[in-house]
Design a binder for this molecule. Structure first.
Ligand SMILES: *[C@@H]1O[C@H](CO)[C@@H](O)[C@H](O)[C@H]1NC(C)=O
Ligand SMILES: *[C@@H]1O[C@H](CO)[C@@H](O)[C@H](O)[C@H]1NC(C)=O
Length: 188
């Protein structure tokens, strides 16, 4: 009897594992064991937004980098960015607050709250929701150290964005527009 139950349960589990896409695993918030892996400079490669106005707004983002660095408080991380947007460079810096898996910061009058997801090695995948007065939206953004990405990792990004119901026609960095100069470029 007991064996029959075990076999039955086992069959059920393997069936659901086979039929359902592994969305649950693909969108699990990720906390790297070594936070140092997250620090440093990252180059935007592709992303999507929701609702549509924010998705379309990504088209004005010609290139973008972010830089994450620790502070003396291990729950506060300094986020700097250089967005090539509307044909100019917009540089900025905020202190982001980490609580458990969520990270919050304010950028361009919007309050963002998000987390990173499991992704390729030497990649950073960020998704958040933001609020700007009474407007609410979401973003998902893939970064790599180089601004380049392996086609097989693009496929995984597409699945992850799909699991989170982002538009499928994701936006990509053209790989050509120069990155905005970083006035604090650190020599590490
Ligand atoms: C971030 O926090 C550090 C350490 O508390 C502080 O020195 C720095 O001025 C803050 N930066 C911003 C942009 O608020
Ligand atoms: C910043 O926010 C303002 C007002 O919401 C918006 O018009 C502008 O396009 C935003 N700038 C960037 C760089 O996103």
């Amino acid at each position: 009897m007991a064996l029959a139950v075990v076999v039955f349960l086992f069959t059920l589990t393997s069936l659901s594992a086979a039929s359902a896409p592994d969305c649950k695993d693909l969108i699990k918030p990720f906390m790297p064991e070594d936070p140092k892996l997250v620090f440093g400079k990252w180059v935007y490669v592709m992303g999507a937004g929701d609702p549509k106005t924010y998705h379309n707004a990504l088209a004005s983002l010609k290139s973008s980098w972010i830089d994450l660095s620790p502070t003396s408080n291990n729950l506060i991380v300094t986020l700097r960015w250089g967005d090539h947007c509307f044909d100019r460079c917009i540089l900025g810096e905020v202190n982001a607050t980490i609580s458990r898996i969520a990270t919050t910061f304010r950028k361009n009058l919007s309050d963002h709250k998000g987390h990173i997801l499991q992704t390729c090695s030497d990649c950073l995948l960020w998704t958040d929701t933001f609020r700007n007065r009474d407007v609410i939206g979401r973003y998902i953004m893939q970064f790599t150290r180089t601004g380049k990405i392996d086609p097989k990792d693009v496929e995984i990004f597409k699945k992850q964005a799909g699991c989170l119901n982002f538009p499928e026609n994701f936006h990509s960095y053209d790989g050509k527009t120069e990155l905005c100069p970083d006035d604090k470029e650190s020599t590490e």
